[in-house]
Each structure stands twice: as structure tokens, then as C-alpha cells.
Write a protein that binds this ligand. Structure first.
Ligand code: PL3
Ligand code: FE2
Ligand code: FE2
Length: 247
């Protein structure tokens, strides 16, 4: 890991072409294999940022007194989407959006169902906790192996994602007495979907030199920290994490 980071730091200092980048352990960003994997991964990220925007706006309709704050979060998501679109353009990659839509469909459907039922807690767990923790882990693991242009953009984005995770955390913490049961059920319904998404993306992520176990470990650590902050005990969190193995 230390060598990968060192390599990343070197290439940040002096942007290099594909061949030289490879010499310091980074992938060949111009290879057909890299671009093919990137067309799906990048599309997932673009779709994820777009859906995050739509989800925050939608949550604002359920908590009208928070609508202004949620609109601010939504705007940040559009900025992220534009940043990642620029990353694909920079590498000459066309994002595979139909693939990304189907990738998000199960989680998207669960969010829409919760929204229609007015379930704020479930909506926040899906968007502000699960999706944000997924994004944070993916961006963390991507940064050291990204091309210099994408690295800069991703570093800016990941800071914002913490703000979003924090928003969900604080709301759920303040309402824990009333939301505990719904939160546990939403976890049971949606954590297995996130696990499947991580598994589904692992092959393409590996081409980008992102390790599946690193992704899972980073996700679980963000998720666990959020649940601690919300007010769950270690034992309750272990039970909730077990849902990923059952589903
Ligand atoms: C919420 O703000 C955004 C949700 C985005 C979901 C991200 C999914 C990440 C999948 C793996 C991506 C690796 C990063 C590559 C960046 C081009
Ligand atoms: Fe985002
Ligand atoms: Fe976000």
C-alpha cells in the first residue's frame, strides 16, 4: 500500500503518460482494458451522483423545514456529477449509462417505495448512510490509483461526501428513539443490496487496481462509525452487519 501511495504521489508531482505511469505501478490509463472498465465504473459514479441529487431533493419534500439544507446537498451532488463526467472526457471514455441504471435499480426502487410511503428514516439510511458510505469507500480506494486529473477531482468530492454522511447521521441520532425499528428493517432490506453492488463492481474495480477487500473494509468501517455516532452499541452494530451475510 505504501508503495502505491508513493507512486501516486510521484505521478501527482509530474503528470506522466501511460507508459511512465505504469513504471511507477499505476495502471495504463490509455489501454483498451482500462477504458472498458472505466466506462462502467465511471457511469456508476455519474448515475450515483445524479440519483443522490434527486434523492436529497425528494427527502426535502418529506422534511420541508430541512428543504433548503437538502437543496444545498443536492447541488453538491450535481457538481460531483460534472466532475466525474470531466474525468471520463479527459480519458476519452464514454460512460455506459444503461449499465449504471440497471446497477442502481434495486436500491433505487427501494428508495422510491420508501419515499411513496413517507418513510424518512429509510430514505436517509439508503441515501445519506449506505450510498454515501459506499461512495466514500470507493473514492478512498480510487484516489491512490487514479490518473492525476481524476485524483484531484475525487479528493474534492470525498470531503463533501462526509458532509452528507454526517447530515444523515445527525438526523437519525436526534430521532433514534422513534426510528430504531424502521432503521433496523431498512438495514435488513438494503445492506445485502450494497454487498451485491460491491461484488458486482469488483471485477471492473480490479482493472483500475482497486482491491475488493479494501473496498469492503473501508465501507464497513465508515458504516460502523456512522452507526456508532447514531447511538447503536457494538453488539447491535454487529447484528446489523450480519444482515449483509444473510441477505
Ligand atoms: C453520493 O454522493 C454518490 C454516490 C456514488 C456511488 C459510487 C459508487 C462507486 C463504485 C466504484 C467507483 C470507483 C471510483 C471511480 C471514480 C471514477
Ligand atoms: Fe456526491
Ligand atoms: Fe453525497
Amino acid at each position: 500500500m505504501a508503495t502505491v501511495e508513493a507512486a501516486a504521489a510521484t505521478s501527482a508531482a509530474s503528470p506522466v503518460s501511460g507508459g511512465a505511469a505504469e513504471a511507477c505501478g499505476l495502471p495504463d490509463f490509455s489501454s483498451a482494458t482500462y477504458k472498458d472498465a472505466y466506462s462502467r465504473i465511471n457511469a456508476i459514479v455519474i448515475e450515483g451522483e445524479q440519483e443522490a441529487h434527486d434523492n436529497y431533493i425528494a427527502i426535502g419534500t418529506l422534511i420541508p423545514e430541512q428543504a433548503d439544507e437538502l437543496t444545498k446537498l443536492a447541488r453538491m451532488e450535481l457538481k460531483h456529477m460534472k466532475g466525474f463526467t470531466a474525468c471520463a472526457n479527459n480519458l476519452g471514455v464514454v460512460a455506459d449509462m444503461p449499465f449504471a441504471k440497471s446497477f442502481f435499480a434495486p436500491l433505487h426502487d427501494n428508495f422510491q417505495k420508501a419515499l411513496a410511503e413517507g418513510k424518512v428514516t429509510t430514505c436517509l439510511l439508503i441515501q445519506a448512510i449506505l450510498i454515501e458510505a459506499f461512495a466514500i469507500s470507493a473514492y478512498h480506494i480510487y484516489i491512490p490509483v487514479a490518473d492525476p486529473f481524476a485524483r484531484k477531482i475525487t479528493e474534492g468530492v470525498v470531503k463533501d461526501e462526509y458532509t452528507h454522511l454526517n447530515y444523515g447521521q445527525e438526523w437519525l441520532k436526534a430521532n433514534l428513539d422513534n426510528v430504531r425499528e424502521e432503521l433496523e428493517q431498512a438495514n435488513r432490506d438494503n445492506l445485502p443490496l450494497v454487498r451485491k453492488m460491491l461484488e458486482q463492481v469488483a471485477g471492473d474495480a480490479a482493472v483500475l487496481q482497486m482491491d475488493k477487500e479494501d473496498l469492503m473494509a473501508d465501507f464497513l468501517s465508515s458504516y460502523q462509525e456512522a452507526l456508532i455516532e447514531i447511538g447503536f452499541t457494538g453488539r447491535e452494530i454487529a447484528r446489523m452487519a450480519a444482515a449483509a451475510l444473510v441477505g
